[in-house]
Design a protein around this ligand. Structure first.
Ligand SMILES: Cc1cc2nc3c(=O)[nH]c(=O)nc-3n(C[C@H](O)[C@H](O)[C@H](O)COP(=O)(O)OP(=O)(O)OC[C@H]3O[C@@H](n4cnc5c(N)ncnc54)[C@H](O)[C@@H]3O)c2cc1C
Length: 238
């Protein structure tokens, strides 16, 4: 299969989502529509190294297909992270980015919509699920229960919090949990939340997105509950 060509995108809007995450709106040059399936990502080629493959950083598309040539990314600034530091320090409105995409197979298939869907994520791992949830709503796509289980440390790390609370999608259960702060909502890691919902072993598929520790543990626990490995879909950020 031949690789998609590199394209140029212009950053048309930037907004701080939290103290260490930023939303980037990118307009793809030379095409009217940037088509993608919710859950897919783009790869950016950043001028941070001589070797091409050391310059590439991938980001899930946080917005949903709307027929335009603009899409949104949600990026966290990592301490010592070469690519994210470049994106936060050097990229302004009007900057150009070299990108390839859409890429990836972390997407909802028709058979998934007949089961309960668990969207389990930490941090910016919420991005592909935000895209999927809005897409289902916007296109009135029939589905079973959807549990979006989002973990972060403290209240100030919550991403798209109000938006997800307000999302008028049928059978959508937004379950944010904090691991390092007491608040009016759930506390602890994400794992107890899907385990509780799955205690009666409902027919379910699991989509996991984020960093390795969470994903490895979730995968083990889901299999330990008796679910087939084939019911688990992963997008590993690093
Ligand atoms: C398919 C895909 C989609 C992605 N989507 C997103 C997205 O939507 N938003 C987003 O912010 N990132 C996303 N990432 C991660 C992103 O590609 C980069 O890896 C990230 O921005 C760090 O790059 P960097 O150059 O700043 O850090 P680097 O200089 O590459 O160093 C980062 C190092 O720290 C480790 N690390 C970094 N952060 C963490 C963390 N929070 N917890 C644990 N270990 C960590 C990494 O494993 C790595 O070794 C995605 C990755 C993939 C593969």
């Amino acid at each position: 299969m031949s690789l998609l060509p590199w394209q140029t995108g212009t950053v048309i809007r930037l907004e701080e989502e939290t103290y260490n995450t930023r939303r980037f709106w990118i307009e793809v040059q030379g095409q009217e529509t940037f088509g993608f399936i919710p859950g897919q990502f783009v790869t950016l080629d950043l001028p941070i190294h001589e070797k091409p493959n050391k310059r590439w950083r991938s980001y899930s598309i946080a917005s949903w297909p709307d027929g335009s040539n603009v899409f949104e990314l949600l990026i966290v600034l990592l301490e010592g992270g070469v690519g994210s530091t470049y994106l936060f320090n050097e990229i302004k409105v009007g900057s150009e980015l070299t990108l390839r995409g859409p890429l990836g197979h972390f997407t909802l298939q028709p058979e998934h919509l007949e089961k309960n869907i668990f969207m389990i994520c930490t941090g910016t791992g919420i991005a592909p699920f935000r895209s999927m949830a809005h897409h289902l709503l916007r296109n009135n796509i029939p589905h079973q229960h959807i549990y979006m289980i989002f973990g972060c440390r403290t209240k100030k790390d919550l991403l798209y919090y109000q938006e997800m609370n307000d999302l008028a999608l049928d059978n959508f259960h937004y379950l944010p949990t904090l691991s390092r702060e007491e608040w009016e909502g759930k506390t602890g890691y994400v794992h107890a939340l899907y385990e509780e919902q799955c205690s009666g072993k409902p027919d379910a598929v699991f989509f996991l997105c984020g960093w390795k520790n969470m994903i490895d543990e979730a995968r083990e626990r889901i299999v330990a509950m008796g679910y087939d490995k084939k019911a688990i879909h992963l997008e590993l950020y690093g």
